[in-house]
Design a protein around this ligand. Structure first.
Ligand code: ZN
Length: 216
C-alpha cells in the first residue's frame, strides 16, 4: 500500500464504524467517503499556511490543557470541545497524559512527534468542528441522509455522522502538513498500549483494503 492508499483506507475505517453504516447502500459508500474527504479539503483551503494557535486566538477559543486522563464512563478522550453561544463558551480541552501516551507510541515507532505538534493536531481537528458549529453546517447535513428505519409507511432518515470525523481528520492532516491521515497515529497507539495486537491490526487493514478495492 502506498501512503495515499493507507490514508484512504484509514478514512474508510472511520466510515465503516458509523452507527448507520449498515444502512448505507453499498453503491453509496464511495459517495460518503469521497464527499467527506472533499469537505475536509474544501474547508482547509482558506487556512493553509496559518498557525492553529493564531486561529484559536482570532476566534476567541480557549485552550485548556488538563493533567487528568479524560476518562468518562470508560471512554477515554484526548480532546473535547464545548461551544455555546448562549453561555459564550468556546473552549477546547486537551488531556495531557493521553497526549503524552500518543507521543510515546509515535517515538517507539520511530516517529518524531514533539508534544507541541501532537497538541496542534488535536487543536486542528477540534477547530474543524468549531467551523461546522459556527457555520451551522455539520458535514453530515451537507450529504444525503440514509434511511435507517423502514417499517410499513414509516421512514426515518439520519445523517452519516462519521463524515464529520473524516472531514475533520482530512482538515487536520492538511493544516498540519501530515503525511498520514491522523488516525494512523491512533493505530500506533492501539498496538503500543496493548489494546490491539499488531497481528489483529494487520488483519483489519488487509480486510479493509479488500473492501475498499470493491468500492474504489
Ligand atoms: Zn472529531
Amino acid at each position: 500500500m502506498d501512503r495515499d492508499e493507507v490514508n484512504r483506507m484509514l478514512a474508510w475505517l472511520d466510515l465503516r464504524n458509523d452507527a448507520v453504516f449498515n444502512k448505507i447502500p453499498p453503491d453509496r459508500y464511495r459517495y460518503y467517503l469521497d464527499g467527506a474527504l472533499a469537505a475536509g479539503e474544501a474547508a482547509v483551503t482558506p487556512f493553509l499556511g496559518q498557525d492553529i494557535r493564531q486561529l484559536y486566538a482570532e476566534n476567541q477559543i480557549d485552550i485548556v490543557i488538563k493533567p487528568g486522563d479524560g476518562l468518562f464512563f470508560t471512554v477515554q478522550f484526548r480532546a473535547q470541545f464545548e461551544f455555546s453561544e448562549q453561555k459564550s463558551i468556546r473552549r477546547v480541552t486537551l488531556y495531557q497524559p493521553s497526549l503524552e501516551s500518543l507521543q510515546t507510541s509515535c517515538a517507539r515507532a520511530g516517529l518524531d512527534m514533539p508534544l507541541d505538534k501532537i497538541i496542534n493536531i488535536h487543536l486542528a481537528h477540534e477547530f474543524f468542528h468549531f467551523l461546522e458549529y459556527y457555520r451551522r453546517q455539520p458535514v453530515g447535513t451537507t450529504l444525503e441522509q440514509v434511511c435507517n428505519v423502514s417499517f410499513g409507511p414509516i421512514r426515518r432518515y439520519s445523517t452519516v455522522a462519521a463524515t464529520s470525523e473524516i472531514a475533520a481528520h482530512r482538515f487536520c492532516q492538511r493544516l498540519n502538513g501530515l503525511e498520514y491521515y491522523p488516525t494512523y497515529y491512533d493505530f500506533l497507539w492501539l498496538v503500543h498500549s496493548g489494546k490491539q495486537t499488531q497481528h489483529e491490526q494487520n488483519d483489519l487493514f488487509a480486510l479493509s483494503q479488500l473492501e475498499l478495492g470493491r468500492i474504489a
